[in-house]
Structure formats: C-alpha cells, structure tokens
Design a protein. Structure first.
Lengths: 310, 88
C-alpha cells in the first residue's frame, strides 16, 4: 500500500501507553473533557473495567459520552472498524469526532492477537483524511514488550507519560503482512469440497455438524450465514470452487473456507457500503456475527477461518 | 407473493425478478416467506433495496415469517429501515 501520507492528516491515531488506573484517567479524562468542551462527539470503546473507571471519573459529563463495551462490541477485532469506529464517525458526518478505542487487553488470546494487530494497522487506512481522532490505550503493566512494539508499528505517534513522540517504528503495511500467517489445521477436521452447484450442501454440511459440537440454537443462523457468504465468495471471486472445513477447538466451533482467490484490498470486509448499494456485505456479515475471523491470503489462494463460541 | 426454498446465488436472479414484479404493482406489498428456509445477504440486500424504492413511493412492505437468516441481515444492515414490517 503506497501513497498514504500521514503528516498533516486530519486523522490522528496515537497509541497511549499507560500503567495503572491513575495514569489511565490522567491521559484519557482531559481528552474527553476537551472534546466535549469543543462540542465534538466523544465515544469510549474500552474493556468493561476501564469503562466503569471512566464513567465514575467523568461524573455528570458521562451522559454526554457514548460508552461501548469493547469486550462485546469488539470481541471480533475485524468488526471494530465498521461496527464501532465507522458507525460512530459516520453518524456525525461533517464534525470532528473523538474516540478512545482499546482493542488489545491482557486477556486477548493467541488466536485473537494477530487479528487485533492487523485491525490496529488497518485503522490508519480506513480513516485516511477523516476528521477523527482515535486514541488507543495500551496497558504497559500487563501487556508484553512484543505487544508494545507492535503498537509502535501500528500507530504513527505514541503518547507516554504525558509526552507525545512520533513512532520511528511506524510501518502498518509490514505489520499487516507479518500477521498474514499460515493457519495450521488441527487433527479431526471434517472436509467438504464445493462449487457453484453445491453451495446449499456446503451450508447444510456445516449446520449438520454444529449441533453435535454444541453450538447454541441461537447461533445456527450465524453459522449458516457465515458459511454461505464465504463459500459464495469462493464461487464468485475465488476461482469458482473451494474447500470447507469444520471442527471444534476449545470453547469454539471453527470453520474455514479455502479457495484460489487472493484478497489484494486489505480493507475488504471492513467498509460498510451505503444502504442503496446492492452488494459488498458478505464478508462484513461474517465479521459482524462471528467471534473471530482469521485470514491467510497469498496470490495462490486464501483461507478465511471463523470462530463461534459454543 | 410467496416464495419457497432457498434464496442464494443460483436463485438470486429469480428472486430479484419476483421483487421487481412486486414493485410494479400498486399499493403496499406482502411477501409470504414461511416456506423459505434460508436467505443469504445478497438476497436480503435485494429485498432492502426494493423496500427503499417502495418507501420513496410512500408504500410499505410486510414480510411474513422470514427465516432467521433474513432477520439477522436486516438487523445488522437495515435496522432503521422502517418501511419493512416483519411479522410472524
């Protein structure tokens, strides 16, 4: 990805390094209050514990802030850009907005983490030219040095101890590429190969396995929709055919679709189309209704894997 | 108008044709979907786009007993599209 200028941008995307509640509040509360004083819409999308801290610290001003539990809304990091950040910014078109977005916390799993870092890197492209500030807090007391190094690579500036400095390690493309990792398969995977004629059968194949894997009734349509959208994408954009695999892993039902396509647009599946546009919602739907999406894409083919809590 | 079976890639042209015919009639539209087992996101998108055109003409559309997949896509992408009334 080239041609993206960061200096002089309307969009501001600092990482905020903090250690402890006092430092967290000292860095975030003035940012919120300044925004409210300037008449800017403010949203706070952070883990539940930090939501409670901020609510209490803001007192009566909390009513003017949109609070979002990031552990729910952003459980799948792939939906944070369209469903949390763009949703808030787009609802206030024509005005500068401020968002505190904390997508990475100490409880993120090894499966989730690569998708979280890619999400942070993609924010820089999703908001190019927009009048938006997104501050991303990182808990330096609980996150590893490797996570903090990634944060320096995904944010053009870093705020640390009350000071702001440019991040010399800023390289979002490199981070997106590095976490575009092969997705190893566990033993015990059920496989179904499909083409245009067998799309419904592919969906039935996954649905038939889901009950045995303990997927709650309320999530069967999420599974069917996700399988349908990914397999349809394979038929339309990914060489006309593909392989569907289903298995159980820990607390999750996992499905993946592999085909011969290559996703060359990194923001695929993260840009909500205008309501009058007929297409372009398939991959978004997968991000919206699943708990995690991982992707490995290369010129020879693409694997998209999603997780549903069972 | 009523439909049955699945609305997905291979049946999409037929579905869009049916929605066009529904639009070309006057008055409010009624869609009986209790025999439809699945609608993919493109199918729901076609319905939502048709509904927006009806809405601009001051008309409404009632969708009876759609499958959960259609309800879910409406909830995700068109939660403020009041011109569609889902019943049953």
């Amino acid at each position: 990805m080239t041609g993206v200028t960061v200096s002089g941008e309307a969009f501001v995307h600092p990482a905020l390094f903090y250690r402890g509640d006092t430092a967290y509040l000292a860095a975030t509360v003035p940012f919120i209050r300044d925004g409210l004083a300037a008449g800017e819409p403010v949203a706070v999308a952070v883990p539940e514990r930090n939501l409670a801290l901020l609510r209490e610290a803001l007192g009566g001003q909390a009513d003017a802030v949109r609070f979002i539990d990031m552990q729910q809304a952003g459980r799948n990091p792939g939906r944070i850009i369209p469903r949390v950040l763009r949703a808030f910014a787009d609802a206030h078109q024509g005005r500068r907005v401020r968002i505190i977005g904390e997508p990475i916390w100490a409880g993120r799993t090894a499966q989730e983490y690569p998708a979280c870092v890619q999400h942070e890197a993609l924010i820089n492209y999703a908001f190019t030219g927009r009048d938006v500030t997104i501050v991303c807090p990182y808990d330096t007391g609980r996150l590893s040095a490797a996570v903090l190094a990634d944060a320096e690579a995904t944010h053009p500036v870093v705020r640390d101890g009350g000071l702001e400095r440019p991040s010399g390690a800023y390289a979002p493309d490199r981070v997106i590429a590095r976490y575009n990792e092969p997705l190893p398969l566990p033993p015990g995977v059920s496989t179904f190969t499909f083409d245009a004629k067998s799309l419904p059968e592919a969906r039935h194949f996954a649905a038939g396995l889901a009950a045995g894997f303990g997927l709650p009734d309320g999530r069967h349509s999420d599974l069917e929709l996700s399988v349908a959208e990914l397999t349809t994408n394979s038929v339309v954009h990914g060489g006309g055919a593909g392989t569907l695999r289903v298995w159980a892993e820990g607390d999750h039902l996992v499905c993946e679709v592999e085909d011969r396509g290559h996703i060359s647009a990194p923001l695929a599946g993260r840009c909500p189309p205008p309501p009058t546009q007929p297409g372009g919602r398939g991959l978004l739907m997968v991000h919206y209704v699943t708990d995690l999406v991982r992707t490995h894409t290369r010129p020879q083919g693409t694997t998209t894997r999603f997780y549903l809590r069972r | 108008m009523s439909a049955s079976g699945e609305i997905s890639l291979t049946t999409q042209p037929e579905w869009e044709g049916a929605l066009e015919r529904l639009l070309s009639r006057g008055g409010d539209a009624y869609l009986e979907l209790s025999d439809v087992t699945f609608v993919d996101v493109a199918g729901t998108s076609a319905l939502a786009l048709a509904a927006q055109r009806l809405g601009r003409a001051g008309r409404r559309i009632v969708v009876h007993e759609p499958p959960p997949s259609l309800r879910r896509a409406l909830e995700m992408f068109w939660s403020d599209l009041t011109v569609i009334e889902v019943t049953g």
